[in-house]
Design a protein around this ligand. Structure first.
Ligand SMILES: [Fe+2]
Length: 235
C-alpha cells in the first residue's frame, strides 16, 4: 500500500479480520472475512470449501456481505465465490487481466485494475502482483494485506516458467517498496506460520524477499529438485 494509503488508514476505523481455516480433503486454505465495524459491511477474500464457516462468521459479526475479493482464479480461491455472490447479491472482484486470461466467469463478476474503492468506511486498494498467475492481485484494507498465492509467510507462490518468475520478482519488489513494515500479511495458505505476521518479519525471514536481481530470483524459484507434491502440503 502506498504511503498516502497507509496514512489515510490511520484515520479510518480499524477493520476486523476473521481468519477462516477452511479444508477439503488434503487442501487447506485461508479465507478472510473483513468487516467495517461502523457500517457492519463486509467483504470476504478467496472463499472456499466450507460455506457454513463463512455464513457463521457473517452471523457472528452481524455483518452484511457486500463483495467478494478474489486474488486469482485458481479453484481453491474462487470455489465459493459464485454461490456466495448469488446468495448475497454482491459482486465478485477480480483483476481485469485475471478475467481475460483465466476465462473465469460469473454473473456479478467485476473487473478491477490497480486502484482503490470503498465498502462501508473501508478503503480497499488492489495491487497488481502477477507471477503466480498473469493477473494475481493483493488487496490492502487498512493495515492488512491479503496476498493469495503471491506471498506466504514462508515463501511465495509457484511460477509456471521463468518469464512468470521475473514477473513475480517485480511483484515482490513492489510489495517490498510499498507495504509498511507493520502491515499484517494474510496469505491464502500457510506452511506453519499463523496468518497475520507483520511485513517486517517477512522482510527479515522470507528468503524470496532477499533477492536483488531477477535472474538470481528466477533461478532459485525455478530450481530443480523441488518436491512439488510437498509444495501443496499446507499447515
Ligand atoms: Fe494458486
Amino acid at each position: 500500500m502506498s504511503e498516502p494509503a497507509a496514512a489515510a488508514a490511520c484515520s479510518e476505523p480499524v477493520p476486523a479480520v476473521t481468519v477462516l481455516d477452511v479444508r477439503r480433503h488434503a487442501m487447506k486454505n485461508y479465507s478472510y472475512l473483513v468487516v467495517d465495524p461502523l457500517s457492519r459491511r463486509a467483504v470476504i477474500v478467496d472463499p472456499a470449501w466450507q460455506i457454513e464457516k463463512v455464513e457463521a462468521a457473517l452471523v457472528s459479526a452481524e455483518a452484511t456481505l457486500d463483495g467478494i475479493l478474489v486474488t486469482h482464479s485458481h479453484h481453491d480461491h474462487v470455489h465459493l465465490s459464485r454461490p456466495l455472490s448469488e446468495k448475497h447479491g454482491c459482486p465478485i472482484w477480480m483483476s481485469d487481466v485475471e478475467i481475460d486470461t483465466s476465462g473465469f466467469r460469473a454473473p456479478r463478476l467485476r473487473g478491477i485494475g490497480a486502484g482503490a474503492w470503498q465498502v462501508g468506511r473501508m478503503r480497499i486498494e488492489a495491487i497488481l502482483t502477477p507471477g503466480h498467475t498473469p493477473g494475481s492481485a493483493c488487496y490492502a484494507i487498512g493495515a492488512n494485506l491479503f496476498t493469495g498465492d503471491v506471498l506466504f509467510a514462508e515463501g511465495c507462490g509457484i511460477c509456471p516458467d521463468t518469464a512468470a518468475a521475473y514477473e513475480m520478482f517485480a511483484s515482490l519488489a513492489r510489495l517490498r517498496a510499498c507495504v509498511a513494515p507493520r502491515t499484517r500479511i494474510f496469505p491464502g495458505h500457510s506452511y506453519g506460520q499463523q496468518p497475520g505476521r507483520p511485513m517486517a518479519q517477512l522482510l527479515r525471514e522470507n528468503i524470496y524477499l532477499q533477492f536483488s536481481d531477477k535472474e538470481s530470483f528466477a533461478s532459485f524459484r525455478m530450481r530443480g529438485g523441488q518436491n512439488l507434491a510437498k509444495l501443496f502440503v499446507f499447515s
